[in-house]
Design a protein around this ligand. Structure first.
Ligand code: C6P
Length: 422
């Protein structure tokens, strides 16, 4: 794969023409897509694989002996294996869901079944609503106590507080590995250790980390990990829940119906082996095929290349954006000069900022007219906004196909907006 366009800081191991959607102009300008935390664009091999699936192999899985069903089943099972290998898990530890949100809801309901009044669940102040509301609602129902690890003034987690908060009362700790607002990368291994030392379960919301860095669930030693296919070049409506086998085996199913049973009698039923036990109903087979192809694509580009490229790009963007007067970065302001693979890594390629006198929605509209797609608002993290005392931010979030030229265009457009509103 060769990148041919002459632009600055381009990852040389893929071709931008793999992404048809990025070839278009909007309002007569080159489309610059900087809303990758919301969803990423899809390369041709992913689109082709999903199309091929529907054109040549479409059938239901695990239900019939005809040739199409056999092919669909093989592809669906292969997808579990490819995902499992990508995160260092076993295929039966990989449950397909509709996304991170669905994975976290499954966990909140299944893990809290046996908890008792006063048991504690520890989250952080930087959680996305999807890793907050499910726990909050089950906590209300069962009289559990929710606590939030606070932020430091540098937008990192306060580990000293975390150490005090995680006690023998703690039953579950659930933390985002990378904030979708601040870009902060949290020290998951340290937090896992704190949780395990008191016998608590550790859940990782990896929606924003799996797309950008190599993840090995066995090395992290987390108990569960959730992510979404659409944030990593795959289709929407397709997500993953990883769980340690012995924990998944102990848990009750979340959804009941076809596909997840071993035997059904009038009065009771027994459950299928993993992962089928947690995959009731006809699954998103085309989605699984698309996610499998997305992972193959990312592996060709190379997760290490992606990390390195985004690390340099983020450092460049932070430097350029923080040079704009009246602009404040909401998140760690710099990246350490080390590689993202070093334990000192602080942040990923998500940059939120506020500008004196310009509402994020107004700025978003001006940037849109310049062909630049960003997100403005609370980013599904209202409690974090309340904590920071702001209504929202403008957020530029990058992926491996972004370049320094995209950053330059963003900076130029922000300055133009300041002139307009100034
Ligand atoms: N954040 C964003 O623009 P779903 O929607 O289920 O694929 O992912 C939910 C989710 C969970 N955790 C984190 C840290 C996330 O960032 C997201 C999705 C998008 O920031 C859409 S709100």
């Amino acid at each position: 794969m060769n990148q041919t366009t002459k632009v600055k800081n381009v990852l040389p191991v893929f071709s931008i023409t793999d992404f048809p959607i990025l070839q278009q102009k909007v309002y007569g300008k080159r489309l610059i897509y900087l809303d990758n935390s919301a969803t990423t664009q899809k390369p041709k091999p992913v689109l082709q694989a999903m199309n091929d699936y529907y054109e040549k192999h479409n059938a239901n899985v695990h239900r019939a002996v005809h040739v199409l069903s056999q092919r669909a089943t093989t592809l669906y099972e292969q997808a579990h294996e490819v995902v499992a290998k990508f995160i260092g898990a076993e295929a039966e530890e990989v449950i397909f869901t509709s996304g991170t949100t669905a994975s976290l809801n499954l966990l909140a309901y299944s893990l809290c079944t046996d908890l008792e009044k006063g048991d504690e669940i520890i989250l952080t102040e930087m959680e996305h609503h999807s890793n907050l509301v499910p726990w909050q609602q089950i906590a209300k129902e069962k009289n559990l106590v929710l606590k939030f690890i606070p932020l430091t003034k540098d937008y990192c987690l306060d580990l000293r507080q975390a150490k005090k908060m995680i006690t023998t009362k703690t039953k579950i700790v659930s933390v985002t590995q990378m904030s979708n607002v601040l870009g902060t990368i949290n020290p998951v291994p340290e937090l896992v250790k704190l949780a395990h030392d008191v016998g608590a379960i550790f859940v990782v919301d990896a929606a924003q980390s799996v797309p950008h860095q190599s993840i090995d669930v066995k090395k992290l030693d987390c108990d569960f990990l959730a992510f979404s296919g659409h944030k990593m070049c795959g289709p929407t409506g397709m997500g993953v829940l990883y769980g340690k086998k012995h924990l998944l085996q102990k848990m009750k199913p979340f959804h009941y119906g076809g596909g997840m049973i071993r035997e059904v009698r009038w009065d009771d039923s027994s459950w299928n082996d993993l992962p089928g036990k947690f995959e009731a109903g006809t699954p998103n087979i085309a989605g699984a095929v698309g996610l499998m192809e997305a992972i193959r694509y990312l592996e060709k580009v190379g997760m290490d290349n992606i990390e390195d490229h985004e690390h340099t790009l983020t450092a460049y963007a932070l430097k350029k954006l923080s040079g704009i007067s009246g602009l404040q970065i909401i998140g760690p302001a710099s990246n350490p000069p080390t590689s993202l693979k070093q334990p000192t890594l602080l942040r990923g390629p998500v940059i939120s900022f506020v500008i004196e006198g310009i509402h994020p929605h107004d700025l978003g509209e001006v940037l849109d007219k310049e062909g630049i797609a960003v997100r403005g608002g609370h980013h599904c993290a209202m409690p974090l906004m309340a904590k920071l005392g702001i209504a929202g931010t403008t957020r530029a979030s990058f992926y491996f196909y972004n370049t320094d030229d995209d950053v330059d265009a963003l900076v130029k457009a922000v300055k133009k907006a300041q002139e307009l509103f100034g």
